[in-house]
Ligand binder design. Structure first.
Ligand code: AMP
Ligand code: FE
Ligand code: FE
Ligand code: ZN
Length: 287
């Protein structure tokens, strides 16, 4: 199976890069990419673990950009030692740190009095992602599940308007990925909650600024959505990819490595790997 969307403890996943790759191998994944949020700090360890398991591995990243509430761009084949990428990641790590203080003040105002120490205690010392705050809200009884915490506090209009950190434009995100030798792919298009024509128009716009692919197969896509995203890929001459968005059972309990939700993913299409490898090779020839 192919799984090109996986998170580790380097962002908001539950397992270390090595553990995650070993688990993917055991689950039957033969082609994998680690795509942590705004960081490539897990790539070297994940890549070594993948080589040891005999897996095909793509170094990856997932960048949150402006436009829509959750517009994410995946980068594949990025060089983890790229200066441009490092500067970008350092800036966004600092913005995440600043957002922590704002989130605590905002949650306090909403009656959920949690502290940074609470977040650290519930998340093995980690505080960088909204899922870390969501878990803490669940553990301290302010939400019934991670999903509930997101709905009540972390994806509200007020959160986006007053608390969310500054994000790069889609153009800038795509440019950073491509300057680091990577291939830029639109993540989980269903999350944009756009109707058919509106999504078509957005994909057209992103293509103009350098988008090269679309994550057509994804744990939360219905078969009809997947067909539509494959159609968009063909229409705009984009690659199509597949990914589970595995984070671990504590954060996304229903999502499994390689197989998705109730085995709805299980993608084995070798063309995905071959085309992505060709696009990455073309990118490195250009850079
Ligand atoms: P951050 O990068 O810290 O802003 O958080 C992004 C993470 O939040 C990703 O792992 C998303 O999957 C997760 N996320 C965003 N919206 C939701 C939601 N409604 N329910 C659960 N997780 C979400
Ligand atoms: Fe995440
Ligand atoms: Fe995402
Ligand atoms: Zn993700």
């Amino acid at each position: 199976m192919i799984d090109l969307h996986i998170h580790t403890t380097c962002s908001d996943g539950q397992f270390s890069p090595e553990e995650t790759i070993r688990m993917a191998h055991q689950a039957g994944v033969t082609v994998a990419a680690v795509t942590d949020h705004d960081t490539v700090s897990g790539i070297v360890a994940a890549s070594a673990a993948a080589v040891a398991c005999g897996m095909t591995f793509f170094p990856g990243i997932e960048i949150s950009v402006q436009g829509g509430m959750e517009l994410h761009i995946l980068g594949y084949g990025v060089h983890p030692d790229s200066d441009v990428l490092h500067q970008f990641c350092a800036k966004h790590a600092a913005d995440r740190t600043e957002r922590c203080g704002k989130m605590l003040a905002y949650l306090q105002k909403k009656g959920a009095a949690i502290t940074l120490e609470d977040v650290r205690r519930c998340n093995q010392g980690k505080t960088s992602g909204r899922p870390h705050f969501a878990r803490t809200l669940v553990e301290l009884g302010y939400a019934s599940s991670v999903q509930d915490a997101f709905e009540k506090y972390l994806t509200t209009p007020e959160f986006y308007a007053r608390v969310e950190r500054p994000k790069p434009t889609p153009e800038e995100g795509i440019r950073v990925i491509r300057s680091a030798g990577g291939v830029a792919v639109l993540a989980h298009p269903h999350q944009l909650k756009l109707e058919n024509d509106a999504l078509d128009a957005l994909v057209a716009k992103l293509k103009v600024v350098g988008l090269q692919g679309i994550e057509a197969y994804y744990s939360r896509h219905t078969p009809e959505q997947t067909q539509f995203y494959l159609h968009l890929a063909e229409k705009y001459d984009l690659l199509y990819t597949c990914g589970s968005d595995f984070h671990g059972p504590v954060i996304k309990p229903e999502i499994h490595l390689g197989t998705g939700i109730d085995k709805n993913l299980c993608v084995t299409d070798a063309a995905i790997t071959a085309r992505l490898q060709a696009a990455i090779a073309a990118a490195s020839r250009r850079s």
